[in-house]
Ligand binder design. Sequence first.
Ligand code: CP
Length: 315
Amino acid sequence: LRHLLGIEPLTPADIRTILDLADQYVDLSRGASKHSDVLAGLTQINMFFEASTRTQASFEIAGKRLGADVMNMAMQASSIKKGETLIDTALTLNAMHPDLLVVRHPQSGAVDLLAQKVNCAVLNAGDGRHEHPTQALLDALTIRRAKGRLHRLTIAICGDIAHSRVARSNILLLGKMENRVRLIGPPTLIPAKAAEFGVEVFDDMRAGLEGADVVMMLRLQKERMDGGFIPSEREYYHRFGLDAEKLAHAKDDAIVMHPGPMNRGVEIDGTLADDINRSVIQEQVEMGVAVRMAAMDLLARNLRAERAAGGGVYV
Ligand code: CP
């Protein structure tokens, strides 16, 4: 792999390779010394054109733990504000010889476009409604560690599927690993072509959660609703918010997930989100650092190999 732009091009073997290495980085991160030097001498630039807490912080921590020189571009204070385009910004940074570029952008496809213009490895940290590959990988690692496997599980993804890059990347990944994926939500928030992804669709939480091993909740992504229908939060919680009563329809040992940021009392009951016997939300955050360490390690190995083959020139 030269870039990590989405789950779509990954094979099941690629996914297993990333998760196996991430397992090792969980151990490193829990150890007395969290540091390695696998990215020593490399420069990582994080460009976030959209708000982020988890993804930006974990990419920064991951790069620093692996010994990279990490720079966070303050996009709000950049020349984007003076009208510079995304591509010109990328070309400008590219001229400073970065090795890893981590990009979040509100427009679907923007990160793919940028990757064609630079000669370093690009990691998609979320583009519009398109993909959020490291989120799906960290979710997969969390599931594999909690359930002991990542195949033949029944996984319910609930809420605003239509506007969610997290849902799209998870549907792709969980399908590749031969799981049964169910989408649960109001018909207005389920993509019209959902069935083409080989998933089952429900508009009733209790029916959709029946026998599920994993329950993944999503927030209402109002920032991407483009002035369309936004359900009342009270009504939404009543029908689609996860609480103990609705969760009782899933398996007794079903785990509860949420990529964050979470809106308590809208898509999930706050007490359930904090219940360490059911919720793995904090584990997801921990796995986020390990998965991003693994992804950058693997891309850096390929980058170095390509540079070595090309006599030190990476194009
Ligand atoms: N899950 C996720 O992408 O969270 P942030 O927006 O805080 O990065």
